[in-house]
Ligand binder design. Sequence first.
Ligand SMILES: [Zn+2]
Length: 419
Amino acid sequence: MQRLALGLSLLLICGAVSAEQIKPAVKAKTKPAPAATGAAKKTAAKPAAKGPPAQMLFGAVTAPAPLAARAIGSYARGCLAGGISLPINGPDWQVMRLSRNRNWGTPQLLDYLERLASDARALDGWPGLLVGDMAQPRGGPMITGHSSHQIGLDADVWLTPMPNHILTSQEREDLSATSMLKDPFTVDPAKWTPLHTKLIKRAASYPQVSRIFVHPAIKKALCQQAGKDRAWLGKVRPWWGHYYHFHIRLKCPPEMTGCENQKPPSGDDGCGTELANWFTMMRKAEIAAARPAVPGAKPALKKPPLSLGDLPQECMTILNSGGGGPVIAPDGTVPAALKAVAGKDAGPPEPHLDPEALAALRAQMSSSKSKSGSKAAPTAAASAAAAESTVSPDSTQSIPAAQAAPASPSVPMPDRKPQ
Ligand SMILES: [Zn+2]
């Protein structure tokens, strides 16, 4: 009821203002080269001009589309109609980084967060949620930080407990989330507490949850601390970057046509081979990250940003309806201030191994290459890895569908963009 009233008042507020009309990106048809020679392939693969990136358009929108609430498309390729904003203060939560204007979602996401905040406090003793990025007012791709969060069904929650006072706007900008990691492979027992395990378990326990993403080291801690009740662990998926926050993804609400669900997780608790594969991948990534850049080497190929034409057609309607449309220059640029605000990170940078530990890891990796069952190097990182198998990771199994492309068993550096 409350949500309906909110939606109606938004209609009244936004309905009268006209938006700048966004033209569809003209999708030039790229004909495949008839002869598949290397050179011909290169020419054909050249991306056609597609108009401004969709992240610029959606990132510049300041108000929701005054339509019935609906998640349109998929988590990493879609948009949001009738988004509503999570109040910045609730009895058991506070929204962080208000300047980003990313506390929007479907009514289902808001209901879920409010319920989780209340249950976690009442039943588990978690003091309250600090809520990070949800979606932009009309969803869609973002200028910084996420490849998903596009349809109002994703939310990041900090692993920092809510302080016992109402934070000022400035504190919400400046406060940094706490990293749970001691090193790239291990949670810090001084930071990670049984309450954190309870919170993630609680978050995963509701039927409307599709997945929870956490850093692989956190998944490992959860596997160790779960006890006998392990059914919820299958929904908790390892992913890069989630060491100071966790990411909640809800299933498409059944009544929302045009919302594309992700394939459900296998049901396995994910604590065996899958997690071991993640650790193998992380070790390779750690070594690759420390490698000095080769002068003159070509930078890794980046996926071109999504254009409006890459999103479901309805997303153009979403962008154009009601007020609060994109403030965007005719050349497709967005105001610098907006970019700067969106670029602020919520947490500390990811930890890396010190030179000694890195050398030990290198030695361990090369020795396990030449013979199986090598001895673990005497470092925290290496000992964490010691018990794990070296089976090639099937990374596409464990990552969100739209993110599945970057990693393959032989690629040590998958797309590490936070979700
Ligand atoms: Zn996220």
